[in-house]
Ligand binder design. Sequence first.
Ligand code: EPU
Length: 339
Amino acid sequence: MNTVEIKQNASLQDLNSLALPAYAEYFCSVSGISQIQQALAFAREKGLQVTPLGGGSNMVIAGDIQGLVLHLDLKGMSSKPVANDQIEVTFAAGENWHEMVQLCLQKGWYGLENLALIPGNMGAAPIQNIGAYGVELCDLFVSLQAIEISTGELMVLDNKQCQFGYRDSVFKQAYKDRFLITHVCLRLSTQPTAQVQYPALAEALGDKAVTPELVSETVCRIRQQKLPDPADLPNAGSFFKNPLVPESGLDRLQSNGVQSPRYAQLDGTYKIPAAWLIDQCGFRGQRRGNVGVHEHQALVLVNYGGTGNQLLALATEIQDAVFAKFGIALEIEPRLYGV
Ligand code: EPU
């Protein structure tokens, strides 16, 4: 059994996609279940709070993180054919999401193409039920394996138990901070399939013959045009959730004399693009010191070398302006740490 190495005062700047400067009081990288259990035992002994870290692409670190930051670096993948041209594939939490999307495509396992180029690791995908271009993780999700932080015990949760919603799951609600996700199992198709109803995707595909490979390439092209690569310009993807507004709430938007884009939801509400609201307030491409709003996608805040607090000050300025103009409260999507 490999023993774990626990460091003190470890920099997290290279481990979060916003490249925010911050330190972990204790830090440990783990690559297997027994290492996780050792690290959890250390935390219990010292009474430390445990903060899981995956790809670091959905976190805003405003200050140093007290306790133990546990970097989940488990690797590996296994598969099992199931009925009706389907295959169940189990991925370890530390595998990079996009690399797995590409690997599945090469193997002829289809369903993940619309989710190409989403930053982050496998283990984080269920927490916010990642989604893009008309597909959400929950559409493919079978189950996950997790370890309970307080006991070190392993358990399996199925799709229903994860209570998925729009950028939401039980891990952001009742089970917040209670589990570490170690493996994720998805059901994919061994027959080519394609989901192409999302307007921006349908438009980019035009009348070309659609294949899963083409969908993946097209999604990558659209994302690369609009979304900055965190390696070039640090960011955490969409900084706010798209607000859901009841029909009555559309009046204030209307009374501004501008017709906002809106997407009717099954529950009778409308999803309004937060990017559009922010854009209407004039923030796209704006900079405040060393932080700013991306020039091609108003929903993405970028870091030119600033701090978490500077970024959060800009987020508050945007929330206030959108609320003043439209009466809509924007909710921050990535998780805040060290506040
Ligand atoms: N728009 C603007 N100004 C902008 C950008 C967009 O007015 O600067 C308008 C567009 O014209 C369009 C609408 O906003 O009508 C929606 O834009 P887009 O299709 O780019 O999608 P989004 O709502 O901004 C969501 C997800 C993304 C996902 C895309 C594609 C959320 C919070 N964001 O963005 O997910 O990639 O759809 O499906 O749901 C993420 O969660 O980190 C993320 C990047």
